[in-house]
Write a protein that binds this ligand. Structure first.
Ligand SMILES: Cc1cc2nc3c(=O)[nH]c(=O)nc-3n(C[C@H](O)[C@H](O)[C@H](O)COP(=O)(O)OP(=O)(O)OC[C@H]3O[C@@H](n4cnc5c(N)ncnc54)[C@H](O)[C@@H]3O)c2cc1C
Ligand SMILES: *[C@@H]1O[C@H](CO)[C@@H](O)[C@H](O)[C@H]1NC(C)=O
Ligand SMILES: *[C@@H]1O[C@H](CO)[C@@H](O)[C@H](O)[C@H]1NC(C)=O
Ligand SMILES: *[C@@H]1O[C@H](CO)[C@@H](O)[C@H](O)[C@H]1NC(C)=O
Length: 500
């Protein structure tokens, strides 16, 4: 017990009897740093404040703009999502944030979809849902129905995280977290490609190529070689009920940070080093010295706890870990480039094999894996501030969002669009380059140094960053106070079932 405020011995005994954790009570940390002000970092600041209370000094170090991969681009005076855009109706952390911050929801508008294979459309949606059902049955038999059941089962297991986190359980590794949700089934999904996983589950190759692959391409810019878990997340991402935040998803980040009363420090973190400092009580205090580059040069500050909420890697958060014993070694962490291009213009229907532009009615074009294709997807988008009218978007002259691996050349733009008047381009190191078996970086890099973005290797999404943020905040809290019973509990699902 740190001898700051002495409790009468009897009271102390009573307390200890009532609540075993009271024995382990220790002073809270005095300063915590979060590196990165994207959704992961801002959610971490929010959850850290919740756990550690108002007394701790909380800094969010951000090298660019708050929001990170949540970012809008302006096209003719209106803002459009250029990074993370849609949120699943069962993403409960995101839902909670929006409600808590008093933000509003915009539902994503429907438009007719087609799947293009580079030669022709292999699937064309009709405005009659009955016709679509017949078409799906005709082309793919029961595959679509079985797929929604397959995805539902994975989603159900994933949803267990909310109950675990509500009961404040944390996991010290990404593997343990995922295993606690879906057991060996989840680990197996991460060990194989979505192609293998779905073939084994009995889905047809035609269905995988024409329906599953286009979903991977629009959501993650990659084909069916991605791991089965991100594949399933991607398939959940084409379900109905998707939404986004009115005014822009990044409003959640600035909202969470101001609600957490964290101070935002503009600067690029370049290195982190462990230090020990003598304290008044005699015991040495362990700290992290964080060095960051600002407009006025290199600065440093010390913190008891540091959370890194940005992907580590030479081309991303390039942070040097100095004098750690054992050393923190760089791990392979390849990221996939996806370029977002927003174009205000008219699509060239004949590029897609339509001689009559009037007959071309698609508002969303997905693609199969064909090396000839220079785009992954193409879709009409509406501005982030738009009120939902429930009407279909006009296609004649609209703002289209194109995803591609490389920046589009002028020639390519001239092929895709018969005319256009403005173009905005944003290249991203967007999400991990997925493979199978997927390997995870650690969450605990050192005693009180945590890394959130390893969970992205299971699947990258706003909600995944929020889940990782809540986990890291709980983990930091439990480790600080020696509450090991709340970390890495096995069979949580069964335990919490009987607790109800
Ligand atoms: C084109 C695209 C489309 C997407 N679509 C969706 C979607 O529809 N739905 C969905 O849920 N997800 C989507 N995603 C994924 C989603 O955007 C990300 O998973 C999520 O935003 C990641 O948040 P993060 O906070 O973990 O990381 P980031 O947003 O990358 O935040 C990291 C922050 O750290 C900062 N930083 C980096 N290095 C340093 C340093 N050394 N010092 C200080 N600061 C540093 C960066 O500037 C950045 O602001 C999409 C992503 C892209 C790119
Ligand atoms: C997944 O693969 C790893 C090796 O890459 C192996 O150790 C592990 O047993 C596999 N797990 C399952 C459930 O298949
Ligand atoms: C700090 O930033 C300045 C200006 O951007 C740059 O010239 C310098 O190399 C940076 N220093 C480090 C250590 O990254
Ligand atoms: C449209 O696409 C066709 C077919 O690819 C191409 O020949 C034509 O040049 C494109 N551009 C316009 C403006 O029609």
């Amino acid at each position: 017990m740190p001898p700051r405020r002495r409790l009468p011995p009897l009271l102390l005994l009573l307390l200890a009897a009532l609540c075993p954790a009271a024995i382990a009570l220790r002073h809270g940390p005095s300063a915590i740093a979060v590196v990165g002000g994207g959704i992961g970092g801002s959610a971490a600041a929010y959850f850290l404040r919740q756990k550690f209370g108002p007394g701790v000094r909380l800094h969010v170090l951000e090298k660019a703009a708050l929001g990170g991969r949540l970012h809008t681009l302006d096209v003719e005076g209106a803002a459009y999502e250029a990074g993370g855009a849609v949120i699943h109706p069962l993403n409960l952390h995101m839902k909670h944030f929006v409600k808590e911050l008093g933000l509003s929801v915009a539902s994503s508008q429907g438009s007719l979809a087609g799947v293009y294979n580079g030669e022709e459309f292999v699937f064309e949606e009709s405005s009659w849902s009955f016709i679509n059902l017949l078409k799906l049955l005709w082309y793919y038999g029961l595959n679509p129905l079985r797929m929604s059941m397959w995805v539902e089962d994975i989603l159900d297991k994933f949803m267990r995280i909310y109950r675990y986190q509500m009961h404040e359980y944390a996991f010290s590794s990404n593997e343990r977290l995922l295993h606690a949700l879906g057991g060996d089934d989840f680990i197996q999904l991460l060990n194989q490609t979505i192609d293998e996983a779905m073939q084994r589950a009995g889905f047809s190759q035609k269905f995988i190529n024409e329906v599953v692959c286009p979903a991977m391409r629009v959501n993650y810019g990659q084909g069916v070689t991605v791991n089965g878990f991100v594949g399933a997340v991607s398939l959940a991402g084409v379900q109905s009920g998707l939404w986004s935040v009115k005014g822009g998803n990044k409003l959640v980040c600035s909202g969470l940070i101001s609600s957490s009363k964290a101070q935002v420090i503009p600067g690029t973190v370049v290195s982190i080093e462990p230090k020990t400092r003598p304290s008044p009580s005699g015991d040495p205090v362990k700290l992290y010295q964080v060095t960051y580059n600002t407009s006025s040069g290199l600065t440093e500050d010390t913190y008891d706890i540091v959370l890194i909420a940005a992907p580590l890697g030479r081309k991303m958060a390039d942070i040097t870990f100095r004098n750690f014993d054992p050393p923190i070694l760089p791990f392979p962490n390849p990221y996939h480039q996806t370029v977002t291009t927003l174009v205000h213009g008219r699509v060239n229907a004949s590029f897609f094999g339509y001689n009559d532009p009037q007959a071309f009615h698609f508002g969303a074009i997905f693609t199969t894996d064909n090396p000839k294709l220079f785009i992954n997807s193409l879709g009409v988008v509406s501005p982030v501030g738009d009120t939902d009218t429930g009407e279909e978007l006009p296609l004649q002259s609209a703002v289209w969002k194109v995803f591609s691996k490389e920046e589009l050349t002028k020639e390519q733009l001239n092929l895709l669009f018969s005319s256009y008047d403005s173009v905005q381009v944003k290249p991203w190191l967007a999400y991990p380059e997925y493979s199978a078996p997927e390997k995870f970086p650690p969450i605990v890099l050192h005693e009180q140094l945590y890394y959130l973005n390893g969970l992205e290797r299971a699947a990258s999404a706003m909600e995944m960053s929020a889940v990782a943020a809540r986990n890291a905040a709980l983990l930091a809290f439990h480790r600080w106070h020696g509450r090991s019973a709340s970390i890495d509990q096995e069979d949580l699902h069964e335990k919490l079932k009987t607790e109800l």
